[in-house]
Design a protein around this ligand. Sequence first.
Ligand SMILES: C[S@@+](CC[C@H](N)C(=O)[O-])C[C@H]1O[C@@H](n2cnc3c(N)ncnc32)[C@H](O)[C@@H]1O
Length: 249
Amino acid sequence: MNNFYKNKIKHYFNKAYKTYDDYCVVQNDASQRTLELLMRHTDHFEKIADFACGTGESTLKLIRQISHKKCYAIDFSDKLLHIASSKLPNTVSCILSDFDTPLFPNSSLGLISCNMGLQWSLNLGETLSLFNRYLTRNGYFAFSMPVTGNFPEMKAEFKSLLLPPEHIIDILNNSGFRLIANYSYKNVQLFESYYHALKSLQKIGANFSPKVNNKGLKRVNVREIFVEDCMVPKLTYHIGIYLCQKRFS
Ligand SMILES: C[S@@+](CC[C@H](N)C(=O)[O-])C[C@H]1O[C@@H](n2cnc3c(N)ncnc32)[C@H](O)[C@@H]1O
C-alpha cells in the first residue's frame, strides 16, 4: 500500500516538473524563513543535505546562505531532480532516492534540511528517526511543513490530513531530537477563481485529493470542493517551521 501511495505522490510531482518553479512562491518563502531561523543559531557546517529538494530551489537558498564543504540534494521524483541537477553547481551531489531509504552512514551529516516535504511522509516518526541517525553529535535539523488548519477554505474530504504542531513536536522528541525553536504562520494566496486556486496546487504537484485526481480538475465541480462562497477565492496555507538538534544523552 505504501508503494501505491508513494508512486502516486511521485507521479504528480513529476507531472509538475515544467511548472513547479513558476508556482512555488509559498515553498520559497517557507524555505527562507527556515534558513533565517537556523542562521540565528549557526551557519557553518561540513556536510549538509537537503531532503525532498524538488527542483533544487530550496537547495540553492541553502548553499548560498550556509557555509559548507559538501552538499547533497535528495528527491525521489526523477524529473524534478533532473531540473535540480541542471541548476545546482557540481559541488552538490543530486541523489535520486526516497527519504525513507537508508542513504548515509550514521553520524555523517552536520545539517539536514527538508522544505515542505515531510507532509508526504507516510510515517513521520520513522522518517525522522532515520534522519536522526545520519546526524553528527548535536547536528541540526531544520524543516518546514504544512500543519493542521492548512486550507480552511477546502472541505475536509478534499485535503490530506495534516498534523498539529504539538503532535509534530512529540514525534521529534520520540525520534531523538531536541526542539530549539518553532513557530507557525499563515500565508494567504489570492486567485482569480477557485479553478485557478486548484490549478496552482496541480502546478506544484500537490494534488492531494483522490477525488480530484480521479476525475481530473476539468470534470469536477470546483465549487463543491470549497467550504464557502468567498468573494475572493483564496488558499490559506498554515505552515510550521522547526529547528532542532540531535539529542545526545
Ligand atoms: C513541495 S515539494 C518541495 C521541494 C523543495 N524542497 C522546495 O522547497 O521547492 C515536495 C517534494 O517532496 C518530494 N518527496 C515527497 N515524498 C518523498 C519521498 N518519500 N522521498 C523523497 N522525496 C519525496 C517530492 O518529489 C517533491 O519534490
